[in-house]
Design a protein around this ligand. Structure first.
Ligand code: C2E
Ligand code: MG
Ligand code: MG
Length: 790
């Protein structure tokens, strides 16, 4: 290829108008190439080029010979009987013999395919054989001109010029032959003119030389153009061969197929590969409308898209068409180019089709995986978000239910993840069975699900659905034949009533869910503006609490714990107090949960511990101080170290410190056991706070070695009116005694309550009856002199 290209690049520069020396040099180089052959052509190409040159000359043989015969006859007729009969006889016979040999050779090659390539030597032979007729014609002026009449001289001059120009044109493709031929004739002409001896012949001789030069230049240029054109044709030919080869290979091996349709859209050509693939018989495709062939199978929408594409009469690429043939579904990708006839009229389309079914299915699978949860195969958060976005765009009315399983974490922790997974799958099935037809159920992650119900009727029907879901999910699940109880809480919003923006709606559904959980789980709640207002207030409180922690704005109060037998103060519980600059006293029940949620409780708790120990250090040595800790403190690893440091720094005896934890914290068994082990190591006591408000209380009592149980004040409060509560207080006190634990009755406000608690056998008590939580100095005043409280 590069050989053709380099030659053509040169020839292109030579076609520029010839200007000055540069153009002359170009032309000379072109002629040199034409005469001697392009030097940088490889042998194969040069051989083929020479073959083209020779066969083009050979094709002229009959015409040249006919012209020669006519000219010979004319010369013989004109010059016979002018005294040169012997010469003419020999000349005529010799010439005739040469013509006979040349014609014989031509005849032998006639009808045969032209030679593919020709050697340099063969070209040289052609050149030499062209010299023979030139010599014959050259004899005419040399032998006859001098003594000829004026008319004879005119004939000879015409002969010289005629053979000169005919030879130049006829032999120009083999430039060497043309140069030699015309050179010999011109030389003979000059000799004849010189022998004539007339002054005008000198001028004619000079003109002859000029004509010869121009003729040579024209021969060289023509030969060069011929060579360039031949090489170009050869290049196209070889490109065609290559394209043919590639197409053949494509048809044979590639998975794609070729198609062609006429201006009416009828199939004129289709690769057998497609017929094999689809099993369609050829007569059902060839001559049929292409769109009709597709139309039998494609769906309406893609069919009209395809018609549109063809109707545009423009090139198109990778148009994907779903097709179903003989009960099998395919995806084809079509690429096509319009074809136009020589008049520029539209003549149809030609293109490539490929079977992209596998890629399409793989893509669909990928899209499915990206949009669905692997465990339950429910739509995932991405699809959920997309659905909400669409609803927003199309201004749909819909209900959104945020569903969260209750106690799922406990199930997962106790029964293992495999059991958790199996339960989630069943949850998904129950939700699918319950959902309205047009609703979408998604798994957002973990134990969170969501339901989008378009065109939900009203709040009542949504509430009914939510109740049905809670009811279904409260039904026990089965694990290895054992029932597992879960439950669900639901937060619901209605769009557009509760907002139009998906992010707002989600946040509000989440708030409603949070409220449902705070209300005691296993229920559904709709969003209400109050929830958001509460949340905003809570955020503000959170900020204020951070500021209070940073500026040491918190304080401690101490509430006496009394020995019910002696009436002596045996110790105190340290209780957090926060006096807000605007709100005044904020109760711990409000800010402690916030501190727990934000993690601030860790820092606050350590401060409480240190302050409580510092104070207790100044109390009488038999008095204990009780400090409340939170789940977040217990789960972290810092608490044991913080306790050790505090005891070391304050010098308080570990036996005088009591840590209060609540039942709910014991669900995290591992952390509880770790903490208890550390506390034991320091001789620190452990109290179970608010006993009776949690669940599985008795099981915990057996499992964890508490020193004290604090009976929740709700029992004490009720005990006066309800004998069963009094009985519970008594039962707990005696059970604790049996287990070697002490009991504290919380919230004793009246003497009646004190009497019942005493009668129940509780050794200790705490409550407003003995003293409210008080500032540290007040408590110190109370205990340091050793006061009686009862
Ligand atoms: P708790 O540990 O059960 O504390 C006893 C609560 O009962 C205190 O409420 C106390 O003021 C109140 N109380 C005591 N006697 C009576 C009574 O006779 N009648 C009534 N109605 N209430 C009585 P307080 O101080 O509001 O604390 C509430 C809860 O906040 C505490 O319950 C405890 O769980 C938590 N808390 C307080 N301080 C801390 C702390 O430093 N750290 C942690 N983690 N929690 C704390
Ligand atoms: Mg407590
Ligand atoms: Mg308590």
């Amino acid at each position: 290829m590069s050989d053709f290209t380099s030659f053509r690049r040169r020839s292109r520069s030579q076609v520029q108008p010839l200007q000055g020396l540069a153009a002359m040099a170009d032309a000379a180089a072109a002629m040199r190439d034409a005469v001697f052959g392009a030097r940088d052509l490889p042998n194969e190409v040069a051989g083929r080029l020479r073959a083209a040159q020779v066969s083009s000359t050979l094709r002229m043989t009959p015409f040249m010979m006919a012209a020669n015969i006519i000219s010979i006859v004319v010369v013989l007729l004109v010059f016979w009987d002018t005294g040169y009969d012997d010469f003419l006889a020999i000349w005529g016979v010799g010439f005739a013999l040469f013509i006979a040999v040349a014609m014989r050779q031509w005849w032998a090659s006639y009808g045969m395919p032209p030679p593919a390539r020709v050697s340099r030597r063969a070209v040289r032979r052609v050149v030499m054989s062209c010299a023979i007729p030139a010599l014959f014609w050259g004899m005419a002026p040399v032998m006859l001109f001098d003594s000829a009449s004026a008319a004879g001289q005119l004939l000879i001059s015409s002969l010289v010029l005629g053979t000169l120009s005919a030879g130049a044109f006829g032999l120009a493709t083999v430039a060497g032959a043309a140069f030699l031929y015309t050179g010999i004739i011109a030389a003979a002409g000059l000799v004849g003119l010189a022998m004539g001896g007339h002054a005008i012949f000198l001028t004619i001789g000079i003109l002859l030389m000029i004509y010869l030069l121009i003729t040579w230049f024209a021969i060289g240029w023509f030969a060069h153009l011929f060579n360039a054109a031949t090489l170009h044709a050869m290049e196209i030919e070889s490109q065609k061969e290559l394209v043919g080869l590639l197409l053949h290979d494509f048809q044979e091996n590639a998975s794609d197929w070729l198609w062609e349709i006429d201006a009416e859209g009828r199939v004129t050509m289709i690769s057998p590969r497609l017929l094999d693939l689809t099993g369609l018989p050829e007569d059902q495709v060839i001559g049929q409308s292409f769109v009709h062939v597709l139309g039998k199978q494609a769906d309406e929408a893609s069919l009209s898209r395809t018609c549109e594409v063809f109707g545009a009469r423009k090139a198109f690429a990778s148009v994907e068409v779903p097709v179903s043939v003989n009960g099998r579904n395919y995806w084809w990708s079509l690429t096509g180019k319009p074809i136009f006839d020589s008049k520029g009229d539209f003549a149809g389309y030609r293109g490539v089709g490929s079977n992209i079914t596998a890629e399409k299915l793989a893509h669909q699978q990928m899209v499915h995986v990206a949009h669905h949860d692997a465990l339950t195969d429910l739509p995932n958060r991405i699809l959920f978000q997309e659905r909400l976005e669409r609803a927003r765009r199309e201004r749909e009315d819909y209900a959104l239910l945020y569903i969260d399983l209750d106690h799922f974490k406990t199930v997962n922790d106790t029964l293992g993840h495999a059991a958790g997974d199996a339960i989630l799958v069943e949850v998904a099935q129950r939700l699918i069975a319950l959902k309205p037809d047009d609703a979408l159920i998604c798994r957002l992650g973990g134990d969170e699900f969501a339901l989008v119900w378009p065109r939900a009727q009203d709040e009542f029907s949504v509430e009914a659905l939510a109740r049905a879901i809670v009811g279904q999910l409260s039904q026990p699940f089965q694990h290895r034949g054992q029932p597992v109880h879960l439950g669900a809480s639901i937060g619901a919003v209605l769009a557009p009533r509760d907002g139009a923006d998906p992010a707002d709606l989600l946040r509000r559904a989440d708030l409603a869910l949070y409220a449902a959980k705070s209300d005691g789980r296993g229920r559904a709640r709709f969003f209400a503006q109050k929830l958001e207002d509460d949340m905003v207030a809570r955020r503000a409180l959170e900020e204020d609490l951070r500021a209070a922690v940073a500026t040491k704005g918190l304080s401690l109060a101490f509430q006496p714990i009394v020995d019910l037998k002696t009436g002596e103060i045996s110790g105190a519980e340290a209780l957090l107090r926060w006096t807000h600059p605007v709100r005044g006293n904020v109760p711990p029940s409000l800010f402690v949960p916030i501190a727990e949620e934000t993690g601030l409780i860790v820092e606050i708790g350590e401060w409480v511990l240190r302050r409580a120990c510092e104070e207790a250090k100044d109390w009488p040595a038999h008095m204990t101080v009780a400090v409340n800790v939170s789940a977040a403190q217990m789960a972290g690893h810092r608490l044991p170290l913080a306790i050790a440091e505090t005891l070391f720094d304050t010098g308080l005896d570990g036996k005088r410190l009591e840590i209060e934890i609540t039942e709910s914290m014991l669900a995290d068994t591992e952390s509880a056991e770790r903490l208890i082990a550390h506390l034991r190591a320091f001789g620190i006591r452990l109290s179970l706070d608010d006993f009776g408000t949690g669940y599985s209380s008795l099981a915990y009592l057996r499992k964890f070695p508490f020193d004290k149980i604090k009976i929740d004040q709700s029992f004490v409060r009720e005990a006066v009116r309800r004998p069963d509560c009094a009985a519970i207080v008594g039962a707990v006190a005696s059970l604790a005694r049996e287990l070697g634990m002490s009991t504290v009755a919380e919230g004793i406000e009246t003497t009646a309550e004190l009497a019942i608690v005493r009668a129940a056998g509780c050794p200790r008590g705490q409550g407003y009856h003995f003293g409210r939580p008080m500032p540290p100095e007040q408590f110190r005043d109370l205990v340091v002199p050793g006061q009686r409280a009862a």
